[in-house]
Write a protein of this length. Structure first.
Length: 312
């Protein structure tokens, strides 16, 4: 379901009157208390995210990307399917690590776990979408090891799925379609430079798997269903299209690889398990390829090249 954004006056009044405890924490996390969360919020969050949670705090106009508008119920970083709300554990993860490459700071060590849960309970009151039970997180299988063959396969998948149209042929965030994108909040947004050493949503294998599967709500970064990975070996490769991002030799490499893959007729004959195994294998290959793009620059180089906003 797509979240469209609400936050009605009646709902706000009910919260002010302490009508219900929205704070239903996942599993073992302590339950957050809205009243205490409001105090944390006013002290540590409102300058950016705004008194009313609408992302328009006094500091917001100097920031890019803009602080999240919590009243729309649209969240980028989730373990839940595309269009769904984040779980408390998702919100906690973002709060603890911050959002690298943006001004959203990490709060671990600054706020106690209880304070983090309190402020999470409070920011959820900005959108009445949170009155519904949250969707279940996606299952993330155990990552297979990265091998040179899986990295190569991942590159082929990256080419076939046209990630380069936004992220560029070498993942530097300079794809042609990536230059004119806007997010759902109306701000210009750049496709992430995948060679940077830290990612907004994390870049351990499971985190990347999660980002591909759930997408980043409110941004042009799509959610990729497993079926999307089942491209057949007889799929046509139009060199004119790929030449935007790749030299002829790499396009030939893709054609050669495709010839080793099951053609449409074989895909049709596969059982559901076989199809899903093929999709999963390619998805993990893509994860390993993306990780292979990361350049581990030393600390000082990073300070000058990476510690800036990515969207202007
Ligand atoms: C200095 C400004 C600043 C402060 C202070 C700040 N934030 Fe943020 N926050 C941001 C920005 C900017 C983003 C957007 C990052 C993006 O879109 O990539 C963000 C994103 C977030 C997100 C991610 C939402 C999503 O889409 O998944 C959460 C949750 C969040 N902030 C909560 C908080 C809380 C809670 C506090 C206070 C404890 C806080 N922030 C304080 C700037 C700030
Ligand atoms: C239509 C353009 C578009 C396409 C196609 C696209 N992306 Fe993205 N992607 C984006 C944008 C924009 C962002 C940045 C979101 C942000 O900064 O909040 C992004 C973010 C990401 C991130 C998250 C980086 C982080 O900081 O956590 C990863 C990983 C990623 N893309 C990989 C891929 C892969 C792999 C494909 C192909 C299967 C792909 N993208 C296709 C536009 C695109």
């Amino acid at each position: 379901m797509m979240r469209t954004g609400t936050g009605n006056a009646m709902y706000a009044a009910m919260i002010a009157a302490g009508f219900f405890a929205v704070a239903q924490a996942d599993g073992t996390l302590p339950t957050g208390l809205i009243g205490r969360g409001e105090q944390v919020y006013q002290k540590d969050c409102a300058a950016c995210h705004g008194d009313l949670g609408n992302g328009a705090g006094p500091a917001a106009r100097f920031l890019s990307p803009k602080p999240r508008n919590f009243s729309t119920g649209m969240y980028k970083f989730r373990s839940t399917p595309s269009g769904e709300l984040p779980t408390d554990a998702d919100l906690l993860r973002v709060l603890e690590s911050g959002v690298p490459g943006t001004q959203m700071p990490p709060w671990k060590g600054i706020l106690t776990l209880q304070e983090r849960m309190d402020v999470i309970a409070y920011i959820k009151t900005f959108s009445s979408d949170f009155l519904e039970a949250p969707a279940a997180p996606i299952a993330i299988p155990e990552p297979p090891p990265s091998t040179p063959a899986s990295v190569t396969e991942g590159k082929m998948v990256y080419m076939l799925m046209e990630c380069w149209s936004c992220h560029g042929g070498k993942g530097k965030g300079n794809g042609k379609s990536g230059q004119t994108l806007k997010d759902d909040w109306g701000q210009k947004i750049l496709s992430w430079n995948l060679t940077r050493s830290s990612y907004k949503g994390g870049n351990d294998p499971a985190a990347l798997y999660r980002t591909f599967t759930t997408g980043l709500n409110g941004t042009p970064m799509p959610a990729y269903a497993l079926d999307g990975f089942l491209i057949s070996g007889d799929a046509a490769v139009d060199p004119a299209k790929y030449s935007e991002a790749y030299p002829a030799a790499e396009i030939d490499q893709l054609k050669d690889w495709l010839r080793t893959q099951p053609p449409e007729a074989s895909l049709q004959k596969m059982s559901a398990e076989q199809r899903s195994a093929l999709g999963e294998r390619r998805k993990w290959a893509l994860v390993h390829y993306i990780r292979s793009l990361i350049v581990n620059r030393n600390y000082f180089v990073r300070m000058f090249t990476e510690d800036t906003e990515i969207t202007r």
